[in-house]
Ligand binder design. Structure first.
Ligand SMILES: Cc1cc2nc3c(=O)[nH]c(=O)nc-3n(C[C@H](O)[C@H](O)[C@H](O)COP(=O)(O)OP(=O)(O)OC[C@H]3O[C@@H](n4cnc5c(N)ncnc54)[C@H](O)[C@@H]3O)c2cc1C
Length: 446
């Protein structure tokens, strides 16, 4: 019997357009598919409670596609994989690259251990359209401004790889059957996850259906419609993309045909540019590993943020601020594990500009409550709103939550859906006064 090989699934929980899985299957050896929950290495950035729920169901779906052969393990990957390889006599390990600083550090340690053990490792790009090191300015430094990053960097580089089909009839190495329950990812009582999940279908097949449905029915009008939370002009692919149930290449290429056929070239360009914001955030994280903790603009390092008042913070978290668009967004998040992008910007501005709480307070809350919580996108977006990130909103841009609501939810459909009672709540602050105070406080950054 030839030695088996290992395919290590990480943020690529799919079988189609999965370069590591395709390469493992191509060896014609028996493949051991494995997922490892590595909370220890993740440290403070171990997955939040809501993401864990998604992960549970995503692993269940992947395991089903692998006829129940996905091995699920828990612990430090650099302890587990060398032992797994040794126990089964595996000769090679395949994986797709991740870009979180803790994963990069761990993978490099692991690679050294495996190489010493005589086991070959091969890694691939399965999560990004372009590797961060392929998109750089002419002087060799990474971009800090989005538009040139996308228009000059990405669009003049090699086009994104065409998606790979799922390998046919992979030969799987039979392992001891494990199920996602083993990882203890679901909450114990109360089961808050059940109503939340009713808004979603998790897994690769569901992600493909969502993409198809979006490009056929909602891509046209996306450029304008994506700003209005009551319209359904967005893809809601973010949790699927985060967990790799679908690849950005699949979204990029599938949207081209439909965009052209439906004369929606501007919408297509806008959708591609949003996918490119994801690339930009990953590039920022790759080149600035402290992005989740420290402001990119060092002038903010000693900014005097207000100490959060637990009562006011809870009102923001639970959607009880008395500002209807903020409350609607925070309740959409609490109930569905998702919030519309326009509203994310409004609630974030409210936290960092009106309440003047540190952007990390909001970053942490989103980390725990979003299904799509993503280290790169979350950190880059919070820093963008706070004004300390790359290509960030200037410090003096302070959203007025009332006029934002009037503009982007003119019929109050979104507000009525999520927070119909918010109009009756006494506002927790006076926006005009909070704005003046913020402008005064942020002057030190000027
Ligand atoms: C404060 C704040 C925090 C955020 N935290 C996250 C997060 O943790 N995870 C996350 O995936 N996105 C985050 N975003 C970005 C954005 O809000 C979501 O990606 C988007 O709302 C997801 O909805 P969608 O899939 O319908 O997006 P669509 O409009 O359909 O866009 C398609 C895809 O492009 C990517 N994308 C779109 N907008 C952005 C953006 N501004 N930055 C990076 N990628 C983008 C996403 O992968 C998204 O799924 C955050 C934004 C803000 C303002």
């Amino acid at each position: 019997m030839p030695a088996p090989v290992i395919c290590w699934f990480r943020q690529d929980l799919r079988l189609s357009d999965n370069p590591a899985w395709t390469a493992a299957c191509k060896t014609k050896s028996r493949v051991i598919p494995v997922y490892i929950l590595d909370d220890e290495n993740a440290g403070p950035w171990k997955m939040g409670a809501t993401s864990r729920v998604w992960l549970h169901h995503s692993l269940t779906a992947l395991d089903k596609s692998l006829a129940g052969n996905l091995l699920l393990l828990k612990g430090r990957a650099e302890d587990i994989l060398p032992k797994l390889a040794k126990d089964h006599g595996a000769s090679k390990i395949f994986w797709n690259r991740c870009y979180e600083p803790w994963r990069i550090a761990r993978d490099s340690r692991l690679k050294d251990t495996l190489t010493d053990q005589g086991i070959k490792c091969e890694s691939f790009n399965g999560s990004l359209l372009w590797e961060p090191w392929d998109i750089k300015k002419q002087d060799g430094t990474p971009y800090r401004v989005f538009t040139p990053f996308f228009r000059k960097g990405c669009l003049s580089a090699n086009p994104p790889r065409a998606p790979l089909p799922a390998p046919q009839n992979p030969v799987l190495f039979p392992t001891n059957k494990t199920t996602s329950e083993k990882l203890n990812l679901l909450p114990t009582k109360p089961r808050w996850d059940t109503p939340m999940l009713s808004h979603w279908t998790v897994g690769e097949a569901a992600a493909q259906i969502r993409l198809k449905e979006f490009i056929e029915h909602r891509l046209k009008g996306y450029k304008d419609g994506r700003n209005y939370p009551a319209r359904n002009n967005i893809s809601r692919l973010s949790p699927h993309l985060h967990f790799g149930e679908i690849s950005p290449n699949q979204a990029w290429h599938a949207s081209i045909e439909s965009g052209i056929k439906n004369h929606a070239e501007n919408d297509l360009d806008c959708f591609h540019s949003e996918l490119a914001w994801r690339e930009f955030s990953h590039s920022l994280l790759y080149y600035n590993p402290a992005l989740p903790e420290e402001p990119l603009n060092k002038k903010f390092t000693s900014f005097d943020w207000n100490t959060p008042d637990p009562d006011l913070l809870e009102k923001w978290q639970k959607g009880q601020t008395g500002f209807p668009i903020v409350d609607a967004g925070m309740r959409e998040l609490w109930q569905t594990g998702y919030m519309h992008n326009r509203v994310r910007m409004i609630v974030a501005s409210f936290l960092v500009k009106d309440l003047r709480y540190h952007w990390r307070v909001g970053e942490d809350w989103f980390w725990d409550t979003l299904f799509d919580a993503d280290l790169a996108n979350n950190a880059a977006s919070w820093q963008w709103v706070a004004g300390c990130g790359a290509d960030a909103a200037p410090y003096f841009r302070i959203f007025n939550p009332t006029t934002q609501g009037d503009k982007f939810d003119p019929q109050q459909e979104y507000i009525n859906k999520w927070a119909p009672d918010s109009h009756q709540i006494k506002p927790i602050l006076d926006h005009a006064k909070a704005r003046d105070a913020a402008l005064e406080a942020f002057k030190v950054i000027k």
